[in-house]
Design a binder for this molecule. Structure first.
Ligand code: HXC
Ligand code: NAP
Length: 264
């Protein structure tokens, strides 16, 4: 169940947002939240049919642009289209990612590289293109969707953990480099979010109850909970926040998190 919005419905009026991975899951939830708060939204992913279905759901100020974030020239062209269509680009959400469970010992080099390419290189390609085409001219905000996989050691996730560590490093570095241009760069690190491809792929159904018991807030998160943090970080409500990685995981990654059951 979604909570009612805590934000003014015109918070993003006049703003143009680009959401990679906006055709499904968390990215689509973020695109919907931005649209519902007044933004014009372009959703980007590889699958045109999926993007078209998302646009039909999102509403009149939504538009689709198919593109693979790994292809820098294609990303430059997609971002140029967004600016040509709407005259500006204010907010960029990097939510596109790839993941699967794989033991490090048998994961191929190409499997490792593929996830690094989508998550880390893709985030870089889109951020740089947006900076050069629009953000450096009038400022703006980038929000990267990271994870907590790399805070400790997450088995079967050497590829994704390495990729998200790079995303966090990029978040801080670009915050410093692009701050003088009025561009804020932040990240959100979700824990497991219910009803997503990520949880379907990574959490065996039989393990869910046990994993939820090890989370201090005792449940997986909701897509709308990540979307509302994104609304915060992308807006003037966070005008002095840059280089931050905001963890939204119900306390799961905290070293004492799994011992919360002792307080019962
Ligand atoms: C081992 C695998 C594999 C698997 C692919 N590969 N799947 N290796 N186990 N399950 C290997 C392939 O064998 C190949 O290496 C290389 O990876 C590239 O595979 P392709 O299928 O050619 O790649 P591509 O078509 O580009 O697809 C990328 C993908 C795919 C990541 C593999 O699954 C995808 O498109 N995913 C997008 C959606 C997604 O993953 N959503 C979940 C995000 S959730 P070889 O050596 O054979 O050539 C998320 C959650 C984080 O990020 C945290 C949650 C708590
Ligand atoms: P999802 O629905 O599979 O979202 C990933 C999206 O990225 C898809 O819409 C996919 O669309 C797009 N994408 C993948 N590869 C792409 C590429 N090369 N170029 C362009 N677009 C591409 O999964 P999700 O679970 O909602 O995850 C969304 C984000 O949240 C990811 O960054 C993930 O790492 C992060 N996250 C999720 C969880 C969780 O619990 N789900 C936890 C922590 C972090 P196409 O396949 O059509 O291209």
């Amino acid at each position: 169940m979604s909570a009612p919005s805590a934000f003014r419905t015109d918070l993003y009026a006049g703003k143009v947002a680009l959401v990679t991975g906006g055709g499904s899951g968390i990215g689509k939830g973020i695109a919907a939240a931005l649209h519902d708060h007044g933004a014009t939204v372009v959703v980007l992913g590889r699958t045109p049919e999926r993007l078209d279905a998302a646009v039909a759901e999102l509403g009149p100020r939504a538009r689709a642009r198919a593109c693979d974030v790994r292809d820098a020239a294609a990303v430059d062209a997609a971002v140029a289209d967004v600016v040509a269509w709407h005259g500006r680009l204010d907010v960029v959400i990097n939510a596109a990612a790839g993941n699967f469970l794989a033991p490090a010992a048998t994961l191929s080099s190409n499997g490792f590289r593929t996830v690094l390419d989508i998550d880390a290189v893709g985030t870089y390609n889109v951020s740089r293109a947006a900076f050069l085409a629009a953000l450096r001219d009038h400022g703006g905000a980038i929000v990267n969707i990271s994870a907590t996989l790399h805070y400790g050691g997450t088995p079967l996730q050497v590829h994704a953990a390495s990729a998200k560590a790079a995303v966090d490093a990029m978040t801080r570095t670009l915050a410093v480099e692009w701050g003088p241009a009025g561009v804020r760069v932040n990240a959100i690190a979700p824990g497991p979010i219910a009803g997503t491809e990520g949880v379907d792929r990574l959490v065996p159904a039989g393990l869910r109850a046990r994993l939820e018991r090890a989370i201090p807030l005792r449940r997986f998160g909701r897509i709308d909970e990540i979307a509302s943090l994104c609304l915060l970080l992308g807006s003037d409500a966070a005008s002095y926040v840059t280089g931050a990685v905001l963890v939204a995981d119900g306390g799961a990654w905290l070293p004492g998190g799994p011992t919360a059951a002792m307080a019962d």
